[in-house]
Every structure is written in structure tokens, then in C-alpha cells.
Design a protein around this ligand. Structure first.
Ligand code: GLN
Length: 322
């Protein structure tokens, strides 16, 4: 089996995509940064390249906000946010027409809401809960970057628009400004590929962190979250991703991708240049290589392609029993 170092090295020369420029800190990212990590069921973390270089987590935080909202509301979050793919960009100004709910927790509207469904009677308290929850998923203390979060709030006009829209629909209880602030801080949490891989692994192993042994969320919550990652995690590229990589994942504008292969492993790749759908170009290429190398595709056939189960013998067996 090829090692993570080998797979990563084979893709270092992959070009294409552009670094996000929605805020100065993202625009200044080094396009050559390329880190990856795997987290295994026994807690072993395999790191490669710039795996210890932190970036803002951005939208890769969304599965974990959904998990914390589900845990803190005892599942009520499932009534407050849809779970259907949108086929649209992550920041599209769209709610479900009949309910006023966000379409799913992996787009901005949904994550603005789930960030504010976690426990806490103020924006600061919810931020503390989110930081503690994310740290438990990662098995290490995480914090957010104040400057990035300020910029996210200053430049996040579409997020303000979405929050006002949800407030006017009665979907969001908090004020729009407070809701955007909590969400912006969550997007500004600094993680490296090693920590993000452990976060993905905690979801992959039923909500228990394989490094610390801590139960972070229930197995039912983890399953719900990974299911929605599979259908909505790569926005309007989710179908393409599921076919070619076949592992539930969440992309982000910092170029971080978190992957959760249930019962198998958690993984993360960070490489800033993005394609037109906001997915890291090298991140997707390495995810596909990892999936192939480790046989992770959720719908991949793992049996022998010859012998008793071939279509021909199945047909004749069926025919003879008729
Ligand atoms: N900071 C981004 C936003 O909410 C996160 C989006 C993303 O990573 N796709 O606008």
C-alpha cells in the first residue's frame, strides 16, 4: 500500500484553482501549502507535508456545528433545518419556500442557524460551547483568530443577508448581528490537518474520539451528521464528489477538506487553491487517491469480480428456481 507521503508527493505538482479572496487573510494564503493527515481507529495519526500548519477551519466547521446543535437540542435541530442538497453555491440566499428553514446544515444559511442552536444564553456563551465542543472533537485545545473573525463579519454581507432573512421568517431566534458573530468566530477557528483528521475520525467512529477516548456526541448524532455530509458536504459538487471519492466530506474556502469514512478512518487535506465550486483542487485529488488506496468508496464493490456471484451464474440460478 502506498503511504500518505507517497500519495501526497505524487500530487504536489498538480496545478489549477485559485486561492479564495473573500477576506485578506485567505487571499494571502500560500498556494503551495499542502498538508494531509489520517486518523485511524486505534488513535494513530499519520501526518504528511504541512500537516501542522494551521488555517481557519471555515466551512469545514459545519458538520461539527450540526453535531453540537443536534446534541444540545436533543435532536430538535432536525426540525429546524432541512437535509436536502441545494445544487447551489454555499452562500446562496435561499430558504425552503414552505417552511422558511435553511435547506441543509452544510450551506451558510444552515450553519448560521446550527451555530446558534448550541447551548448558551448569549453569543459569547455559545462561542465558548462551540470552542469546547470542537476541541473535544479534535482532542486538542482550539481557539479562533480574532482578526479573521472580525474580517468575516465585516465582509460577510451575504451571511448578514441570510441571518436577516431567517430572522424575518421566524427561523432564527437571535439577532442577525449576534448570529453572524457566533458563526464568524466558528469559521475562524484555527486547525491543522492533523487536528481536522481527528475531528473527522470522531464522526467516523460513532462520536467517540479515537485519540482521547472521549465520547463527544452519540453514535446516532454522528450517523446523522455523516449522512448529511455525504449528500450536501461539497455543495453543488456533492454528486461529483460522491461518485469519484465516495467518502462523506466537507470542503471549505481555506482549502481544508475533512473526510469521515465510517468505521474506517478520518482524514483531512489542506491546500488553498480552489476550483469554481470552492473545493480544494489538490485536496480533491488526494482524497480520491486515498479513497482508492484504502478502498474507502462507500459504494465500491469489495468482492471478487469472478466466480459464483457473476451475473451469468446468478441469472441461471434464478432461472432454475422458477
Ligand atoms: N467564511 C465563509 C463564509 O461563511 C465560509 C464559507 C466556506 O468555507 N465555503 O462565507
Amino acid at each position: 500500500m502506498r503511504s500518505l507521503d507517497d500519495l501526497r508527493a505524487s500530487l504536489v505538482s498538480t496545478r489549477g484553482g485559485a486561492v479564495d479572496d473573500s477576506i485578506p487573510q485567505l487571499a494571502e494564503a500560500d498556494p503551495e501549502l499542502f498538508g494531509a493527515a489520517l486518523a485511524h481507529p486505534d488513535g494513530e495519526v499519520v501526518a504528511s507535508g504541512d500537516a501542522r500548519h494551521p488555517v481557519s477551519i471555515q466551512s469545514a466547521v459545519k458538520p461539527f456545528l450540526f453535531a453540537l446543535a443536534l446534541a444540545d437540542t436533543d435532536g430538535e435541530a432536525l426540525d429546524r433545518v432541512g437535509i436536502e442538497p441545494t445544487g447551489e453555491a454555499f452562500d446562496s440566499i435561499k430558504l425552503e419556500s414552505d417552511t422558511g428553514r435553511p435547506p441543509n446544515p452544510m450551506v451558510n444559511a444552515g450553519a448560521l442557524l446550527t451555530a446558534n442552536l448550541v447551548s448558551g444564553d448569549s453569543g459569547e456563551a455559545r462561542t465558548r460551547r462551540i470552542l469546547a465542543g470542537l476541541s473535544a472533537f479534535a482532542g486538542t485545545d482550539l481557539d479562533y483568530d480574532r482578526e479573521i473573525s472580525e474580517c468575516e463579519q465585516l465582509h460577510g454581507d451575504r451571511n448578514h443577508a441570510l441571518a436577516h432573512l431567517m430572522r424575518s421568517e421566524g427561523t432564527l431566534d437571535e439577532t442577525a448581528d449576534e448570529a453572524v458573530a457566533v458563526y464568524a468566530r466558528a469559521c475562524s477557528v484555527m486547525v491543522d490537518a492533523a487536528a481536522l483528521a481527528v475531528m473527522g475520525a470522531t464522526l467516523a467512529f460513532g462520536g467517540r474520539n479515537p485519540v482521547t477516548g472521549e465520547r463527544v456526541v452519540s453514535a446516532a448524532v454522528a450517523r446523522d451528521v455523516v449522512s448529511v455530509m455525504a449528500t450536501c458536504g461539497v455543495y453543488d459538487g456533492s454528486g461529483r464528489w460522491m461518485r469519484s471519492v465516495g467518502v462523506p466530506a466537507k470542503s471549505s474556502v481555506s482549502g481544508a477538506i475533512v473526510l469521515s469514512a465510517p468505521n474506517r478512518l478520518g482524514a483531512a487535506v489542506i491546500s488553498p487553491p480552489l476550483d469554481e465550486l470552492g473545493t480544494s483542487v489538490r485536496g480533491e485529488a488526494l482524497s480520491r487517491a486515498l479513497s482508492e488506496e484504502h478502498g474507502l468508496h462507500a459504494f465500491g464493490y469489495r468482492g471478487s469480480s469472478t466466480g459464483a456471484s457473476s451475473p451469468r451464474s446468478t441469472t441461471s440460478a434464478t432461472a432454475s428456481t422458477l
